[in-house]
Design a binder for this molecule. Structure first.
Ligand code: GAL
Length: 669
């Protein structure tokens, strides 16, 4: 199935802001010509155009957009049409101050910036609905328009009186009675008991900051608020043409909302990817962004779109380095390898002013095609055309599932224990991911709610599953019992979905499955030395966290080297039912995880993209029967493969391979 049946091809293009150039028809005319030269076939239009589309309350002006879309269509360029709710016009802020967001210090913001509207405001929702409807009536059946781009990078929360009232209503629906809420929020602590619903306010620095149950609920509420906001946008455009699908551009490492939940409101996941290449360790960077791509694919268990990336540099990081030769093609094809159906950019053309006037773009201020960046972009466009046969070929189902859960992440980040406020859950998940990724093993990521069927996986990995929810302990027990292999770590099964500690030992409900009970969590200093010593003598450093185990029948595979828990199991394996459960009691250096997952991959014969051992930093990823070979090592690499392949990009035979730094190949047998 294609997301864009009017144009079922890899999309190549980017954010296009013709509304900044309406007084320069010569430039707008030239854009289409340049798009062809850059092998661009699609642009996203109107993302921040509200002030141009509705210059006065209720007065819509579409003539300029008619012209833009018609010009693009005549030139064979497709359009992803945006709804403009990401930034509102000044008159709206002036006429209806309730659309402005109230920050966590309870101050109402003034007009300015973007992404700062109130998510509750009935006025804002009504205005958004109205302009979305008008846009849809005018363009949803235009042959150029292939997808809706709802708003831009939804984020944040608001604490205005309307939102506070909504919050209380949401809590009433969730808890039914105040007594129940008091119980689930453990409010007898510090005399926090509520005796009337009107006393409950949003958490924040002006009031309650440390009730973690309340905070986790606030994040769930914010997710729900945003989801209903998106549904209001979506329903407006879909009422006109239900066939035209909706996407929203999501972000990397995003924390504010639970994306697994939010993604239910859209048809297609897309995201904005801005790695800091060449800032130190590109292999690590590549591991992070590969996981991001896999996460985006996993949210809806379907391919996704790369909606934004930079053709060269960004302008908002402390150091804005250019992509080195090769990196643009490499990082673009990395997205494709993990299931993207597009390579899109922010932005088509550099503006003359505004915060992003120096942000990388396909067309620089010189307006010329004679530019390194332009050539890099054209090369990617050509590559997408060459790889067209992969469009209908998604990734194969992964054999490994990592459980990554945003609500667990919130609970960990709010918890005051261990390395307080620095438990590094996301990075830890990425370390586990990296060990599998560098072996060319495909991974799905699911959260505790969406991992309804684990039975198809050979391996399930559950790092730092501090909060159990969605009956995860029963799902994992059943999975192992029926023959699955589970690896769980320290700091798992401590609290329930209300963020209340389990009584009776951790990991809650799974101590018999793991054959281990975790008793205490030790946070160690960078100068403290400890290690996992495996039975075969391999030794791996431990950092940050150690959980002291009580062995309840598991087989010890390795022990703690030092301290008062020296000799206790640090890595153990337990047979339960038909399956196997590994328990890792400490945070290991990357090499330790690499070794463990090397052993497990062998024991389970996990499928790798290529059977060969590749040089460090050269990564193989399978998609649709092709193998994307990616050199992130920063150096030229020479190696041989056990079988001959053809590089689809060059049509050359490949077996004894020389890859330049930042090289990429797409191999087929
Ligand atoms: C994104 C945003 C774009 C642009 C871009 C710059 O986060 O959606 O509008 O600001 O960053 O890198």
């Amino acid at each position: 199935m294609s997301f864009t049946p009017r144009f079922p091809h890899f999309l190549h293009g980017g954010d296009y802001n013709p509304d900044q150039w309406l007084d320069r028809p010569d430039i707008l005319d030239r854009d289409v010509e340049l798009m062809h030269k850059a092998h661009v076939n699609c642009v996203s239009v109107g993302i921040f155009s509200w002030a141009r589309l509705e210059p006065e309350d209720g007065v819509y002006v579409f003539a300029w957009l008619d012209e833009v879309i018609d010009r693009l269509w005549k030139g064979g360029i497709h359009v992803i049409l945006a709804t403009p709710s990401g930034a509102r016009p000044a008159w709206m802020a002036q006429n209806y101050p309730e659309v402005l967001r109230v920050n966590d210090r309870l101050q109402r913001m003034h007009f300015g910036e973007r992404h700062n509207h109130c998510l509750t405001s009935p006025v804002y929702r009504r205005k958004v609905h109205a302009i979305n409807t008008a846009l849809a009536q005018r363009y949803a059946n235009h042959p150029a328009v292939i997808l809706w781009h709802l708003s831009n990078e939804y984020s944040g929360d608001c604490r205005c009186p309307l939102c506070q009232e909504k919050w209380r209503g949401w809590l009433k629906d969730k808890y039914g009675t105040l007594e129940n809420l008091n119980k689930c929020w453990w409010t007898s602590f510090w005399s926090q008991r509520y005796t009337d619903w009107s006393q409950v306010e949003a958490p924040g620095p002006m009031g309650e900051v440390s009730n973690t149950s309340m905070w986790v609920d606030w994040r769930r509420f914010s997710t729900w608020q945003c989801k209903t906001f998106i549904e209001n946008e979506r329903d407006a455009v879909k009422a006109v043409n239900p066939e035209l699908l909706c996407t929203a551009n999501l972000m990397e490492r995003f924390w504010d909302y639970d994306y697994f939940d939010l993604a239910e409101a859209i048809d297609v996941v897309s995201w904005d990817s801005y790695p800091e290449w060449h800032s130190g360790d590109d292999v690590q960077r590549a591991a992070e962004f590969a996981m991001n791509h896999d996460l985006m694919r996993s949210f809806k268990d379907q391919p996704f779109l790369l909606m934004e990336s930079t053709p060269s540099q960004v302008n908002w990081k402390p150091i804005n380095k250019l992509k080195r030769p090769g990196m643009h093609l490499l990082s673009s094809l990395q997205a494709l390898a993990y299931g993207s159906q597009s390579v899109m950019y922010f932005q088509w053309r550099k503006g003359r002013g505004g915060a992003e006037m120096f942000h990388g773009a396909v067309v620089d201020h010189d307006g010329s095609e004679n530019h390194r960046v332009f050539r890099d972009v054209a090369q990617v466009g050509q590559a997408l055309e060459t790889l067209e046969s992969l469009y209908a070929q998604p990734r194969k189902k992964a054999e490994v599932c990592i459980i990554y859960d945003t609500q667990n992440r919130w609970a960990i980040d709010y918890a005051q224990t261990g390395h307080s406020k620095n438990m590094r859950y996301y990075d830890t998940v990425n370390m586990h991911y990296r060990s599998l990724w560098q072996q060319g093993i495909s991974v799905d990521l699911k959260d505790m709610r969406t991992c309804t069927d684990l039975s198809g996986y050979k391996l399930v990995v559950a790092p730092m599953l501090f909060m159990f929810r969605g009956g995860i302990e029963e799902k994992l027990r059943a999975y192992v019992e029926k023959g699955g292999t589970l690896l769980m770590t320290y700091f798992s099964g401590w609290v329930d979905e209300f963020d209340l500690a389990y009584l009776g030992g951790t990991p809650h409900g799974l101590m018999d499955v793991m054959g281990i009970r975790g008793t205490e969590l030790d946070a160690i200093y960078p100068h403290d030395e400890n290690a996992l010593v495996m039975n075969d003598g391999r030794r791996f450093a431990i950092r940050e966290l150690c959980e002291i185990p009580e062995n309840r029948g598991a087989e010890t595979l390795g022990v703690f080297e030092n301290d008062f828990y020296a000799g206790m199991p640090c890595l153990s394996r337990n047979r339960y039912g038909e399956g196997t459960a590994y328990y890792l009691s400490a945070k290991l250096e990357q090499a330790g995880l690499d070794a463990i997952y090397g052993d497990i991959a062998q024991a389970l014969s996990l499928t790798r993209a290529l059977p060969d051992n590749l040089p460090k930093g050269v990564i193989a990823t399978e998609r649709g029967g092709a193998v994307f070979l990616q050199n992130f090592s920063g150096q030229e690499q020479r190696f041989s493969l056990s079988e001959p392949y053809t590089d689809l990009l060059t049509d050359e035979a490949m077996q004894n391979i020389t890859m330049p730094a930042n090289g990429v190949m797409v191999l087929k047998k």
